[in-house]
Design a protein around this ligand. Structure first.
Ligand SMILES: NC(=O)c1ccc[n+]([C@@H]2O[C@H](COP(=O)([O-])OP(=O)(O)OC[C@H]3O[C@@H](n4cnc5c(N)ncnc54)[C@H](OP(=O)(O)O)[C@@H]3O)[C@@H](O)[C@H]2O)c1
Length: 283
């Protein structure tokens, strides 16, 4: 595989990985696109597609042969996501990958209020222990997902109280990732926290959505039991309810409010705001 590309991109059938791959291909990079469903991978110039399901250790080790720098998009949330991450990182280390760029979450820590941020911390630690060089991109809440937080009745419900969140546009996460992948050595050992330009309370978010869309969106500050009850109409395992509810309690605890200048440092421009994202700006 000596003439093969040495830059591997996962998540290419999804939003972040797909856009990162497209921008890098447009910039002339040769890529290995790693997809668990190869048929869904985008067709890009100078790109080869190889199979990679994080939980399949042997398959991934083979597909990662010759890769020096790997962009690892965090896997779909599931009961065994951590085992899948470990398996994939083991495969990368065994295949000789030198640098992993990983999409983590703001405030990743063993005692983070947002339960999935604990898993991201554990994944970061596993990558460090694997002995490869790394860059962690700790994303705040995606501004693009605000719409999904609004109920059919125009109400955002959750125990976020007056806490604020410095949500980041996926387009900015993509731009930062591309900047890192084009010169990984310059970002080795660095953890970036990617936020938007401002921290907004859920009430402010509701107001901005209402103003931009001309609709009536409000915020209801649920109690924690109320939050679990209102989500039980969607059948899900208990860890999923914990993740959904703790997204809001983490905001209430102030764990997503700190605005950083990391997006501007990496891209050279001010990050997109919620209003920009609602208006469809892609920067
Ligand atoms: N910061 C936030 O607000 C926030 C919110 C939600 C999610 N996230 C995290 O950010 C990541 C990227 O976001 P996104 O919008 O790009 O997600 P997305 O569109 O759902 O894409 C996820 C990508 O990861 C691939 N993938 C998932 N599990 C995998 C596995 N076990 N093995 C191999 N590939 C796997 C998917 O492949 P398939 O097409 O085969 O499924 C897809 O290509 C998500 O995966 C999630 O972990 C962050």
């Amino acid at each position: 595989m000596s003439d093969s590309p040495t830059l591997g991109i996962t998540g290419v059938t999804g939003t972040i990985g797909g856009q990162v791959a497209r921008l890098l291909a447009e910039a002339g990079e040769s890529l290995v696109l790693l997809a668990r469903n190869q048929a869904k991978a985008p067709e890009l110039p100078r790109a080869v597609v190889r199979p990679a399901d994080y939980g399949n250790r042997n398959l991934c080790e083979h597909s990662l042969e010759g890769i020096e720098t790997l962009f690892m998009v965090s896997g779909r949330e599931s009961e065994n996501r951590m085992e899948e991450h470990h398996s994939f990182i083991d495969a990368a280390a065994a295949a000789g990958v030198r640098h992993i760029v990983y999409t983590s979450f703001m405030g990743a820590a063993p005692d983070a209020t947002f339960t999935l941020a604990r898993d991201h911390y554990a994944t970061e630690e596993y990558i460090k222990a694997a002995g490869v060089s790394y860059t962690f991109l700790r994303d705040c809440l995606y501004l693009d997902f605000i719409d999904a937080m609004i109920g059919d009745d125009g109400v955002i419900r959750g125990p976020a109280a007056n806490g604020a969140v410095a949500g980041v546009a996926q387009a900015d996460v993509v731009a930062c990732t591309v900047a890192v992948l084009r010169d990984p050595a310059a970002h080795a050992g660095v953890t970036y926290t990617l936020t938007g330009p401002e921290a907004l309370t859920m009430a402010q978010i509701a107001h901005i959505v209402s103003t931009v869309r001309g609709t009536h969106v409000t915020f209801h500050n649920e109690t924690i039991p109320e939050a679990y009850d209102s989500r039980r109409k969607w059948p899900a395992p208990e860890w999923q309810y914990d993740a959904w509810v703790s997204t809001y309690t983490a905001i209430a605890a102030g764990e997503m409010e700190h605005v950083t200048d990391d997006v501007e440092t990496l891209t050279g421009r001010r990050p997109l705001s919620l209003k920009d994202v609602l208006l469809g700006s892609r920067a």
